[in-house]
Design a protein around this ligand. Structure first.
Ligand SMILES: Cc1cc2nc3c(=O)[nH]c(=O)nc-3n(C[C@H](O)[C@H](O)[C@H](O)COP(=O)(O)OP(=O)(O)OC[C@H]3O[C@@H](n4cnc5c(N)ncnc54)[C@H](O)[C@@H]3O)c2cc1C
Length: 401
């Protein structure tokens, strides 16, 4: 175990802020706070984040936030950049998304975030077993027997609930087994590269419950993320794990002309997601961020956007202000939970989760019409854009002015 600068050898480690959980949220928060000169202790039970299936691509607004927080250059070093995504449905082109995006393994992303700590000895590899909080100093017990005191605890333990539970923080399940995600890497059998930079293939039939299959480059090859809204006990789940190539083509026959003969080159990973949000979290001295506060639907792709808003608002605005005066009561902590940007990001994440599920699998007439209009609007926009490049953008700009 390492200890934050200048305090090695003491039985109790002392810091301004103790961050429990060094996944993406905790590690980025630690780097932002430490760069601003705060004494930070980041505690994670694992020295290296394991190869778990989590977010593997980001783009758009998420990149703006990475840039704002000063992590974009470091992200570029562990990721593959791509700029064009071909979007297809039933074998036909819907449209093409243009814009900077990156593919990476989550373990490498977390390693990148941890490497941004100005002093790497701020990372303590240990398991937090108990936390006791008050208006003043917070006490943390570690499995090694060491103790950590801090004025503020940031709980960033992801979907692990044990520590929060001990503090009376409960997870309310909003949608049990809301979605199922699969992740695997593919290559063409002839060894040639694929003809596309990145590709998204949308589901063809509501009964299949397939939202989309996303193919994008990451340093280890062409990665596939398949997002579904379907009973996780359905036999199709086992078929996807055992015979991914044949099952994917059976579910998405329109993919064949784009993929040709391909094989899956690594283990098929999968994840069943419950949508949850915490209750009883407004307590003195402790604040929850990232998945520790609310989980997200992987198909909606909002988890990173949410956690970046958490990191930005907490670490650049509230925590520095709270530390500047005595006490760490709930009147301070509640400012973060009621921050308009945070509340909007949390609500948007839940709204998108329900929208994606309905757009994928609702078969009533209202959603059937909405689905048709959704794809029709996209493909018409794409055709107009092909015939008159830039024209639609100018019209939209004029309407906004
Ligand atoms: C399959 C899947 C696909 C996804 N795809 C997308 C996507 O495409 N786009 C998107 O935006 N989001 C996506 N997400 C969501 C995104 O991955 C998460 O929102 C994000 O990883 C959460 O990060 P976190 O830091 O909050 O939690 P985590 O990364 O889970 O970190 C929690 C950390 O806490 C540590 N910890 C826990 N308990 C203790 C303890 N007692 N002591 C010490 N350490 C502890 C753990 O070791 C871990 O390192 C996906 C999620 C899943 C599951």
């Amino acid at each position: 175990m390492t200890e934050p600068g200048g305090i090695a050898g003491t039985a109790t480690i002392v810091a301004d802020i103790a961050i429990v959980g060094g996944g993406l949220a905790g590690s980025l928060a630690a780097a932002v706070l430490a760069r601003a000169g705060h004494r930070v202790a980041l505690v994670d039970k694992r020295a290296v984040h394991p190869d778990e299936f989590r977010v593997e691509k980001i783009g758009g607004q998420q990149l703006e936030m990475f840039r704002k927080l000063g992590f974009l250059k470091a992200l570029e070093n562990v990721a593959c950049r791509y700029d064009r995504v071909l979007n297809i449905r039933e074998g036909k082109v819907v449209d093409v998304s243009v814009g900077q995006a990156y593919g990476f393994s989550y373990a490498n992303l977390v390693a990148m975030a941890r490497s941004q700590l100005p002093d790497l000895s701020s990372l303590i590899v240990d398991e937090v077993t108990a936390i006791s909080c008050s208006d003043d100093v917070q006490h943390i017990e570690l499995a090694s027997g060491k103790r950590l005191d801090a004025r503020l605890v940031v709980l960033a333990t992801g979907m692990a609930s044990a520590l929060g539970y001990k503090l009376g923080i409960r997870r309310r399940v909003l949608a049990e087994r809301h979605s199922v995600s699969f992740g695997f890497t593919i290559a063409r059998k002839d060894g040639a590269p694929f003809d596309f930079e990145a590709l998204t293939c949308y589901g063809e039939r509501t009964a299949d419950g397939i939202d989309y299959l996303s193919l994008f480059p990451m340093p280890s090859g062409m990665r596939a993320n398949l997002f579904m809204f379907r009973d996780p006990t359905d036999p199709i789940m086992r078929e996807l794990r055992r015979e991914p190539e044949a099952t994917v083509l059976r579910l998405l026959p329109g993919l064949w002309p784009y993929l040709g003969d391909f094989r899956v080159t690594d283990k098929v990973q999968n994840w069943v997601m419950d949508l949850t949000v915490v209750e009883g979290h407004l307590q003195p001295g402790i604040v929850l961020i990232g998945d520790a506060f609310q989980t997200n639907c992987p198909a909606a792709g909002t988890g990173v956007a949410r956690l970046l808003v958490d990191v930005d608002r907490l670490c650049t605005e509230y925590a520095p202000r709270w530390l500047a005066s005595a006490g760490m009561g709930t009147e301070k902590i509640s400012q973060f939970y009621s921050d308009p940007d945070k509340v909007a990001a949390d609500q948007r994440s839940l709204k998108m989760a329900h929208f994606r599920q309905a757009l994928t699998s609702r078969s009533d007439i209202g959603w059937d019409v909405r689905r048709r209009l959704h794809f029709l609007r996209r493909s018409l926009t794409h055709r107009v854009d092909q015939m008159h490049p830039g024209w639609l953008g100018r019209v939209r700009g004029a309407l906004r002015a």
